[in-house]
Design a protein around this ligand. Structure first.
Ligand code: IPE
Ligand code: IPE
Ligand code: MG
Length: 259
């Protein structure tokens, strides 16, 4: 790093919509499950790279509320892969100071997945290296609906004044706000330009990065490219460029380790 030059700002929290496993498999004449298999190799690579670079928090959209509607054999296969990931990556997660958390309706996961998940979350709870959040059985609209439900219940119980409900109040009912830093960068692979019910509230001011690469093809270099792209963006949060020069806006930590 050149002395006196600020290193590129690093996002505090990166979210990834890991898409394209099925299309990758089809393009290679393989069954969809082979795509998911290769996709879980990309998960390993990206978690390792994010940790090395110093990204404080990484959320991987691994299974959406809507993915339960896929053919039962595919859901079964995805659950098996998730279980295997939790067992095989346990020591690497613990050795590298990674704290594993989840967002989503994890009660819906089968017990053979929930057990290693709960165990690893507890075992890694005091780690401070990087937060790895798995979005499992996760839907952004479902999360917002749940927050609304809980706010209505609190209002009914007299512990929340409806006229006082603010952005901060809503955030206090969203698990992502309690567990994770602000989402700064959202990456989606596979060339699709949509959010697919991921972090709806959280993407309000996130920078969006789309790549044509299918998830099984996504490498450490692709992550670094996305981080470099992020570092070039001017985040105005509704203000003008001129204002930014006079103000310090909420920005991520600066780390040079991604070169
Ligand atoms: C992402 O790949 C994995 C999950 C959604 C669980 P897909 O399975 O959606 O792959 P495509 O989009 O069909 O190619
Ligand atoms: C989004 O991908 C969900 C995950 C990556 C877990 P999908 O493949 O389910 O999204 P759509 O169907 O293309 O919108
Ligand atoms: Mg898909």
């Amino acid at each position: 790093m050149t002395e006196g030059v600020n290193p590129a700002p690093l996002p505090r929290h990166v979210g990834i919509i890991m898409d394209g496993n099925g299309r990758w498999a089809r393009a290679h004449g393989l069954p969809r499950e082979e795509g998911h298999e290769r996709g879980s190799d990309s998960v390993r690579t990206v978690v390792r790279a994010a940790r090395r670079i110093g990204v404080p928090a990484l959320t991987l959209f691994a299974f959406s509320s809507q993915n339960w509607d896929r053919p039962p054999e595919e859901v079964f296969r995805l659950m098996e892969l998730l279980r295997r990931f939790l067992i095989q990556e346990r020591s690497e997660i613990l050795d590298n100071g990674i704290r594993l958390i989840t967002v989503g309706d994890t009660e819906r996961l089968p017990p053979h997945v929930r057990e290693p998940l709960v165990e690893l979350m507890a075992a890694s709870a005091h780690n401070e290296g990087m937060v790895l959040c798995l979005a499992l059985s996760y839907g952004g609209r479902e999360m917002i609906a749940k927050a609304c439900r809980e706010m209505c219940q609190a209002a009914q119980a007299g512990t929340l004044d409806p006229s006082e409900v603010s952005v901060e109040t809503v955030e206090s009912y969203l698990p992502s706000s309690k567990l994770l830093p602000q989402l700064d960068l959202l990456i989606r692979t596979s060339g699709e330009h949509r959010i697919s019910n991921f972090f709806l509230w959280e993407t309000a001011y996130a920078e969006l990065y789309f790549t044509e690469k299918m998830w099984p093809e996504f490498t450490e270099e692709d992550l670094v490219s996305a981080l470099h792209d992020f570092a070039q963006r001017e985040r105005r949060f509704g203000r003008t460029s001129d204002q930014l020069e006079d103000e310090v806006l909420p920005a991520g930590r600066s780390v040079a380790g991604m070169d």
